[in-house]
Every structure is written in C-alpha cells, then in structure tokens.
Write a protein that binds this ligand. Structure first.
Ligand code: MG
Length: 200
C-alpha cells in the first residue's frame, strides 16, 4: 500500500464560476486560478501523484503554459488516475477536508462525493467529503483543501480486463526483449520504480 497527501488553496474572486470537486456551484464568486480553480480536484491530483512519487500537478501542467488557462481540472485528475494505474496501484479510499467560509458545503457534499467518485472510478463510499469554516484563521476570502489517499497494489486477479491487458503487455515486453537481446528480466515489469529522482 502507499499513502498520498495533497494540499491546495485558491482565493475567491467575484464574477468567475465556482467549481469544487468537479461540481458547478451557484455562488456570487468563484475561485481565481490559472485553470478553473477547482481547489479540491487539485489537492486530490497532488495526493494521487505524490502517492506514486510521480511529481505534482505543476510537473504535468505548468501554470506558465497558456494551454492550461481556464482548463477543466478533471483533465488534471484523469492524468493522475492514469499515473497510479501505470505504477500498478488502485485507490482504496480518499478523505478530504475543505476549509472555506462559504458557501455551505453540507447541502452539496453528496453531489461532490458522487462526482469525485465517478471521476476516480471508485464508489462513493470510498470518498470522504468534509468541510470546515476557517474559525480564527482570518482567511474568509480563501478556499483550502487537504486530501489523503490510500492506494493498494493491483493484483492480477482484480479483473479479466486488467488481466488480459497485463498479459498482452508482458508478451510485448518479452518479444521486445528477445528482439533487442535484452536479458534483464526487470524489463518485464510494468511498475514504475520509486526513486527520489522522481521527486519535484
Ligand atoms: Mg490549484
């Protein structure tokens, strides 16, 4: 198993749409950011990438790159989901804390939980959505998200589909190894290695 942690914050800004956890929310202000400012999806993305030592959201989607201006943050999350699958892991559960003065999250939490679960390809009971107001923090103009994620190794018998995909990939690797005369059996493994050079 592997654990990941993600944090993000964005300032509220009048006149922009508010999107949290991939859910569009009616509110007088939204979150400022280079992308759509979805503070929760950004923190989840970082938690997933961190769990497999694959860098962070900025590694894949630099704010300096104009193509991500106003981007839908579900794109970032999808990339992180692909990264953990490539590394040979799946999500056991995630837990989140949002800290913001408004809007009230309680009436929206069910929708956010269902949307996040759908985006991650897991069940709603594998997603925790909690919200706090920033008591004593003097940060009413800011939304903050903290996320932890637990991953478990994908076993070959997790499903016929993944099993056949594994078999096909291994066979390709075997053929490639034979063609190239590579004898290193480590080349047959699909897993990403976890070394500190991956950290950014
Ligand atoms: Mg962000």
């Amino acid at each position: 198993m592997r654990i990941g942690y993600g944090f993000d914050s964005h300032a509220f800004k009048a006149g922009v749409p508010l999107v949290i956890g991939g859910v569009k929310i009616e509110h007088r202000s939204g979150l400022a950011g280079h992308s759509d400012g979805d503070v929760l999806l950004h923190a989840i993305t970082d938690a997933l990438l961190g769990a497999v030592s694959a860098g962070d959201i900025g590694t894949f989607f630099p704010p300096s790159d104009p193509q991500w201006k106003g981007a839908d943050s579900t794109i970032f999350l999808k990339t992180a989901v692909e990264e953990i699958a490539t590394a040979g892991y799946k999500i056991t559960n995630i837990d989140t804390v949002l800290i913001l003065s408004q809007p009230k999250i309680v009436p929206l939490a069910g929708d956010i939980r269902a949307r996040v679960a759908d985006l991650l390809g897991i069940k709603p009971n594998q997603v925790g959505i909690k919200a706090k107001t920033p008591e004593g923090l003097n940060q009413d103009g800011v939304a903050v998200a903290h996320v932890t994620v637990l991953l478990e190794e994908i076993k070959v018998n997790d499903g016929l589909k993944s099993m056949s995909a594994e078999a096909e990939m291994d066979m390709n690797d075997v053929v490639e190894s034979l063609v190239n005369g590579v004898r290193d059996t480590r080349a047959l493994g699909r897993k990403r290695t976890f070394d500190t050079d991956d950290l950014t």
